[in-house]
Structure formats: C-alpha cells, structure tokens
Write a protein that binds this ligand. Structure first.
Ligand SMILES: C[S@@+](CC[C@H](N)C(=O)[O-])C[C@H]1O[C@@H](n2cnc3c(N)ncnc32)[C@H](O)[C@@H]1O
Length: 382
C-alpha cells in the first residue's frame, strides 16, 4: 500500500484527483493509460464533489461503479457510502486498486469482468462477500449466499405460482444490493451499460454517470428533436432525467477529444393506459416497437415497422410473464415469448389501429406512452 500510505489530509475528496497524483500512481505501478479502454481519469476534485452531490450519495447507499480506473472517484464514493462494488476489465488495475483503496478495503469489492458481461449473480456475490457492515448478510454465511443467489436468479420452479420464494428474501436482498450506479463510464460502452443495467438490475434506483455529451443529449432528448430516437424511448421506459452538468476535457488525464456531461437518471415505473404498472413483457414489447419505428426514421411508422419486421424471421422477446404486473427485470428465459417477423409485418395495420395510432406518423412524433400502447397491442396480437 505504498500509495495509500502517502495520502495527506488536505481537504480533498480524493487524494488522486490531480494530474501529478494520477501520474504518480501509474508510475508506481509501472503502467500507462490505455486509450482503447477509454482511460481518461478524473483530475478535478470539484467535479467529484458535484458527482457526489448530484447522485446524493449517503451513508446508507450501496454503490455500483463501472470502470473504477485507479480509484479516483471510488475513494470519493467510499467516503460517503456504505459500500462500493466496482466492475473493471483492465487486468492491470486490480493490483492498483488494492493499493489505492487499502484504507477502505472492508467496504470495497471488485468484479474483474467486462461490464457488459456482468450478471446480477456477480453483483450479489460481491455484496455478500462484503459482509455485515454493509447491510449484507455476513460473508461467512452460506445460507445468506444462497438467499442472494435465489433472489436474483429465480429458479425454474419460480415460474409456477406456488413455487416462487416468498417476498421476504427479495426484501432482504434489496437492502444489500447496490441501489445506485455512479460512474465515470468508458465512453465506448456507456449508452449500452446504462440501458442494460436499468433493464437487468431492478435493484438500481438511479444512475449518475459521466458520458460523452452527445450520449447525454440522446438520453435527455425531447420528442420530435433530432436526438430523439429508439435509445431515448427505450431508456425513457425505465428512467427519467433528474439533472445534469457539463464537464470539459481539461478535467481528465489525459484529456479526451470530446466534451462530457454527468447526467442523473432516476428509475421510473411506466404506467399503461389502464393506469396499472406496465408488466416487463409490455415494456420489452414497447422497446421492440421503438427499434422498429426508428429503423428508418424518415419513413412512416407503418413502412419503417414493415421493413424491420419483414427482415427479422422468428425471434424471442425476453421478459415474458410479468405476472406481478410490475415493471422490473426481464423474466427467466423460459418465459420468453416467440414471434414471427413476417406475421407481425402482415398484422401491422391491425396492430396500429388497435393502438389508435395513425400509421402515417413517423417514429419521432410518438411519446413513451404511445410506444407502451403499441407494445401492449403487439402482445395482444401474439
Ligand atoms: C473513463 S475511465 C474512469 C476511471 C475512473 N473512474 C475515474 O473517474 O478516474 C473508464 C474506466 O473503465 C474501464 N473500462 C473500459 N471498458 C470497460 C468495460 N467494458 N468493462 C469494465 N470496465 C471498463 C477502464 O479500464 C477505465 O478504468
């Protein structure tokens, strides 16, 4: 812990938030920054403070961080939160993090993986490993481990009404799993990570993430604008924008070639036209209709969807059952619904009519609610 031993109590949120401290860590470990992994490390303590404030990180929060790098933002998070679980794919960085995060090692766990391959099981295991101080069941308890595993991965028998575990383990686990994603994301995968994590990890209540400015613009785009597309619609079915601020290239080492923004998204539960929370299957179907509607954004809804579905063959839609009627992660793969693209293409006029949507409209004129209605119509036709 050569680096951690030299931390001065100088009022900084993170002792690594300067170019010289960052260089010193890299030199101490004989490594450089990797452009291919989007390694632009934060070197401005004020930006860290603004991230912590926007994410509203407090002592009860359990944080999921993607791409901790050398631990600059991680230290700021660890000073405020109950625990941090981070996901990092650079094999050179675990040793660095063991050094820089040494004073907080009891409440930090690392998942050494590509962020796009991380499962809820990986996260549950990491949290259980952290133990009782973080609000999780003790790391020595194999029963607790089993509770966590079952609660995030419903077993086969959970697909029958009688076989589902009682809601209590879910509640226990909810108090243990990360409730906030806070990250300076690798820009190459940032948009995918945010949408995937809202879709796959229902325990995440919010995401406060540094992304390329253009990605933040797509996340926050208003209907009818050029940035409004399938991604905006899909993300909007899971989350709503709760704040953002701009960050220039000079706040990173090395400076990226693009402007950045930190954006906060809060999970939302969309409600169907009947006023009930949309089931996962309806949300998944609405996402599919968004992809179809924007497949060719200059075409009418009817034509864009027809081209999209005609070329798709048969496919499965995740998130089948939705039997609790609530929004959440897609259900088990066994619950997937199967569709034939050509059959949907043929049914499109009826589908659009049932949804009460003019087939001559273009995708960019539809709001999230209308996509939900289209998703429900698609399921009704299945
Ligand atoms: C922009 S840097 C952020 C570093 C640090 N959090 C900070 O703010 O200084 C992005 C980090 O994500 C890591 N990374 C890149 N691609 C990744 C992936 N697919 N999965 C997990 N981590 C990844 C990089 O190695 C790097 O540590």
């Amino acid at each position: 812990m050569a680096v951690a031993a030299s931390y001065a109590d100088d009022g900084r949120l993170s002792p690594l938030s300067t170019p010289s401290a960052t260089r010193a860590v890299l030199e101490a470990h004989g490594i450089g920054t990797k452009y291919t992994l989007g390694q632009n490390f934060l070197v401005n303590d004020d930006v860290l403070k603004k991230i912590i404030a926007l994410a509203d990180v407090g002592s009860a929060d359990r944080i999921l961080e993607v791409g901790p790098g050398i631990g600059t933002l991680t230290i700021a998070l660890l000073k405020h939160a109950a625990a941090v679980v981070a996901v990092e794919r650079d094999p050179d960085l675990p040793a660095v993090l063991a050094d820089t995060l040494y004073p907080w090692r009891e409440k930090f766990a690392l998942i050494e993986k590509d962020a796009l391959d991380v499962t809820a099981d990986d996260i549950a295991s990491a949290m259980v490993e952290l133990g009782a101080d973080t609000g999780c069941p003790d790391r020595a308890s194999s029963a607790a481990n089993e509770t966590a595993r079952r609660a995030v991965s419903p077993s086969e028998d959970c697909l029958s009404e009688s076989g589902c575990p009682a809601s209590a383990p879910q509640g226990d686990l909810q108090q243990c799993l990360p409730n906030k994603l806070v990250s300076n994301l690798p820009y190459a995968v940032a948009a995918t990570v945010v949408l995937d994590y809202f879709q796959q990890f229902p325990f995440l209540e919010s995401a406060t993430v540094m992304v390329q400015k253009e990605v933040a613009d797509r996340m926050a785009a208003e209907r009818g604008t050029k940035n409004y597309g399938a991604y905006t619609v899909k993300l909007g079915l899971y989350a709503e924008v709760a704040g953002r601020f701009a960050v220039g290239p000079g706040n990173f080492f090395p400076p990226p070639r693009v402007d950045s923004a930190v954006i906060r998204l809060n999970r939302r539960t969309p409600v169907t036209a009947d006023g009930v929370p949309a089931a996962p299957a309806v949300i998944a179907a609405a996402c599919l209709m968004a992809d179809a509607a924007f497949a060719n954004r200059r075409k009418t809804l009817a034509n864009s969807c027809k081209t999209y579905f005609s070329g798709r063959g048969t496919f499965a839609l995740p998130g089948g059952l939705g039997k609790e009627g609530a929004a959440g992660a897609p259900d088990d793969a066994a619950a997937a619904l199967h569709f034939d693209g050509a059959a949907i293409a043929a049914q499109l006029p009826a589908l659009l009519e049932a949804a009460g949507i003019d087939p001559k409209r273009r995708g960019e004129t539809l709001d999230q609610q209308e996509f939900l209605t289209l998703g429900a119509s698609l399921l009704a036709q299945a």
